[in-house]
Design a protein around this ligand. Structure first.
Ligand code: HEM
Length: 244
């Protein structure tokens, strides 16, 4: 299969590659898996005695709640959600350009400089929006939040699943409490950051990106790039001979 060019002209419009469709498929798996685990995790956390907030849904669906709805929650939370997220991680690791990806998220100096310059722009201390690399500094923070959050949830979740489903008590009791704590910390990273990410994704400044070829083909029009990630766009245009 031929690699997608970073820059292309189609129908008289210029496009730059944002995310390959396969990487976006990984994102979709992550989104569905995380949402399932998230909602069912909340139901487990806010359980009132033997009842959980899904019981009325179970009853409305004709399930003999509370037991069936609790089983359903366990299956979705402990198996379906994590497996979908694991598939997502494998897809992203196999399909993405790891070298560039790592470069984008480890250049702390550049992220800090862009953050300071953006703040100056927001407070009227500079006229133009600063040239920004592939990821804005907040996006870099989000990527790290996702990596750390998924690691915490994954490692702690694995031990909790081994105990709950296979009765394998590998860890001493106080470690179990520690694993539960890690699981809750991981969950709260997403609890706090996911609504922000969700809203940012649907924010009006991102509509041109969502309306362009991003979702199916991975490309976004040059105008969006120049407005939001000018430093990266200029780098690509210079390399591929596109007009600046
Ligand atoms: C809840 C619904 C979600 C929506 C509407 C959404 C939307 C988006 C959009 C539009 C982008 C591309 C942003 C850009 O190219 O500038 C993106 C990127 C990304 N998403 Fe999501 N997403 C959602 C859920 C998730 C979940 C559950 C995770 C991880 C647990 C996640 C992790 C990421 C990461 C790591 C990126 C790349 C960094 C970034 O561009 O911010 N997303 N998302």
């Amino acid at each position: 299969m031929t690699a997608r060019p970073l820059y292309k002209v189609e129908g008289g419009r210029e496009y730059i590659l944002r995310f390959k469709p396969i990487t976006q498929l990984g994102h979709l798996f992550l989104l569905i898996g995380m949402t399932l685990s998230f909602i069912t995790g909340l139901a487990m956390f806010f359980k009132f005695g033997e009842r959980n907030i899904f019981d009325s849904l179970g009853l409305a669906l004709g399930l003999p709640a509370p037991n069936t709805s609790q089983q359903l929650i366990s299956w979705l939370h402990d198996w379906v959600g994590p497996i979908l997220m694991l598939i997502a991680v494998v897809i992203v690791l196999v399909a993405s350009d790891k070298k560039s990806g790592l470069k984008y998220i480890t250049n702390v100096g550049e992220a800090y400089r862009v953050l300071v310059e953006t703040a100056k722009y927001r407070f009227g201390k500079r006229k133009d929006y600063p040239p920004t690399p592939f990821y804005h500094p907040w996006q870099v923070l989000w990527v790290w939040g996702v990596i750390v959050g998924l690691l915490l949830l994954g490692v702690s979740g694995l031990f909790l699943v081994l105990e709950k489903w296979f009765y394998m008590y590998i860890l001493p009791p106080w470690w179990r409490g520690f694993m539960s704590l890690l699981h809750i910390i991981g969950a709260f990273i997403f609890f706090a950051a996911l609504p922000i990410h969700f809203l940012m994704g649907l924010f009006p400044t991102n509509w041109p990106m969502l309306k362009s070829q991003l979702l199916l083909r991975g490309y976004v029009e040059k105008e969006w790039w120049m407005a939001h990630h000018k430093a990266y766009a200029e780098e690509v245009l210079k390399k591929s001979g596109g007009g600046l």
